[in-house]
Design a protein around this ligand. Structure first.
Ligand code: GTP
Ligand code: MG
Length: 206
């Protein structure tokens, strides 16, 4: 299904607009501007599918993307849905707005039965920050499986990358819901995207 065109099906501004639970969902979480939307575009090979921007705070709703060609009615459900999320942390938006996005992200992450895995994206230049720790603590508590994806690997040196991977592995070692494999990616260069695809494919329905 990565070879199919993908489509945007719904933007969810608050929990009451969530679609009924259907296909398995894989979500992309991370600080503002870490590269969530770019990673989704990279793995489906569609540059303009999820909107990206230089300015933190681009994605403002939970955005659902699915492979095209499924009505969503009855048994005709897509095999998987990808959920792009607003970033947490810094954003060029009023505080109430940022707080509302953060609440939406946290509420969704802790309360969605069909959520199979959360990719927690970490900027390779910055490493894990305290609000990333908050999200991981919430996922641990809710027993939602998550996996670290390092982004913008093209922005750091080939020597720094393995060091960052080792330091990150050490930080998540004792976290119960953390999946041990860390994936380093560059959406810019197309690196590591096949590994993200493989994880997603594992959760898709037959
Ligand atoms: P919000 O929706 O605002 O939370 O941001 P986001 O996490 O969705 O980030 P987005 O994908 O919009 O990317 C933010 C910026 O980082 C854009 O200018 C992208 O072009 C850039 N970017 C994303 N991925 C990469 C990457 O792998 N390498 C480089 N060099 N830049 C990247
Ligand atoms: Mg975005």
């Amino acid at each position: 299904f990565f070879a199919r065109p993908w489509v945007f099906i719904r933007g969810v501004p608050s929990m009451k607009f969530l679609p009924p639970e259907g296909p398995p969902e894989v979500a992309f979480a991370g600080r503002s501007n870490v590269g969530k939307s770019s990673l989704i575009n990279g793995i489906v090979s569609q540059k303009g599918l999820a909107r990206t921007s230089n300015t933190p705070g681009r994605t403002q709703e939970l955005n659902y993307f699915v492979p095209d060609g499924f009505t969503g009615e009855g048994d005709d459900l897509p095999p998987i849905a990808l959920v792009d999320m607003p970033g947490y942390g810094y954003a060029k938006a009023p505080k109430e707005q940022v707080d509302a996005w953060t609440k939406l992200v946290f509420d969704y992450l802790r309360g969605r039965a069909t959520l199979k895995r959360v990719f927690v994206l970490i900027d390779a230049r910055h490493g894990i920050k305290s609000n990333d720790q908050d999200v991981m603590a919430l996922l641990d508590k809710a027993a939602v499986s998550y996996q670290i994806v390092l982004t913008k690997a093209d922005k750091i040196s080939a020597l720094a990358l393995p060091k960052l991977e080792a330091a990150t592995r050490e930080l998540i070692r004792k976290r119960p819901a953390a999946f041990p494999e860390i994936i380093a990616t560059s959406s810019e260069k197309g690196e590591g995207l096949d590994r993200v695809q493989a994880v997603i494919a594992d959760f898709a329905r037959e």
